[in-house]
Design a protein around this ligand. Structure first.
Ligand code: URA
Length: 240
């Protein structure tokens, strides 16, 4: 939000604290409620109190808080094969950070894709959003296109639909659509609402096949929309 006069950016006190990287929004609310936060020297106990980033002085336990007037940034990257979803790799493999260098802003990946998986990877500087999206309780659907190493029967696809037993517990019911059978392989689409480590590969192994190719094509309503492999684009607010 900005004020009309002079277009000064305004943020709620709770957001100012979380954006400063000091604490989560929940913690901020509790610090504010406990009277530990001042604005221009006055204790404020309302998390929704508007702070003028250009003028107000905020302090937590009498320590000044550096106000950040930075916009949230959300991007989608079409991850190529061979890149790993980490900042630095001790083995020196290429990382997704090399593909977003031109962004000029520190972002974190929203979940992970395996080295050999391609497709949709969200990245953002809004770490709370990233946490929210990856929390399994929120059941954000993620859709993958899979090439299996064998032809799959309807019974095998039903097993994926109903949930299979993995070593870290049964999977939730999933949406499965056969796309086509070509020669010795089945191509199908799988939508899951969890994000466990190597989950899709392990699910396909659990029905006696293997993943030859794995592409993430959608998260929630967000799609790649023709984005070239290795490229990123900003996500519009309506897509979020
Ligand atoms: N499931 C996998 O097995 N790998 C991924 O990269 C994503 C989901």
């Amino acid at each position: 939000m900005v004020t009309g006069e002079g277009k000064r950016p305004l943020k709620t006190l709770e957001r100012v604290l979380s954006k400063a990287g000091i604490c989560s929004r929940t913690e901020a609310r509790s610090f504010i409620g406990a009277g530990r936060v001042t604005v221009n020297g006055r204790v404020i106990r309302t998390p929704d109190h508007w702070v003028d980033l250009g003028r107000d002085r905020v302090a937590l336990d009498e320590e000044p808080v550096r106000l950040k007037d930075r916009d949230d940034l959300y991007i989608v990257l079409n991850k190529p094969k061979g890149y790993i979803t980490t900042y630095k790799d001790p083995e020196g493999r290429p990382t997704v950070y090399e593909l977003v260098k031109d962004l000029g802003e520190w972002v974190v990946p929203v979940g992970r894709l395996d080295q050999d998986t391609t497709g949709l990877l969200m990245m953002t500087n809004d770490t709370q959003f990233a946490e929210l999206m990856t929390n399994p309780d929120h059941k954000i659907p993620k859709t993958y296109l899979i090439k299996a190493s064998t032809l799959l029967t309807d019974e095998q696809l039903d097993m994926l639909r109903n949930g299979v037993e993995l070593n870290d517990g049964p999977t939730r019911p999933a949406k499965v659509t056969r796309v086509r059978d070509s020669g010795k392989y089945t191509h199908f689409e799988l939508t899951i609402s969890e994000g466990r480590n190597r989950q899709v590969r392990r699910m396909v192994e659990a029905i006696g096949s293997k993943v030859l190719k794995l592409v993430r094509v959608q998260i929630g309503k967000l799609k790649l929309e023709g984005l070239e492999i290795g490229k990123w684009r900003r996500i519009s607010p309506s897509e979020l």
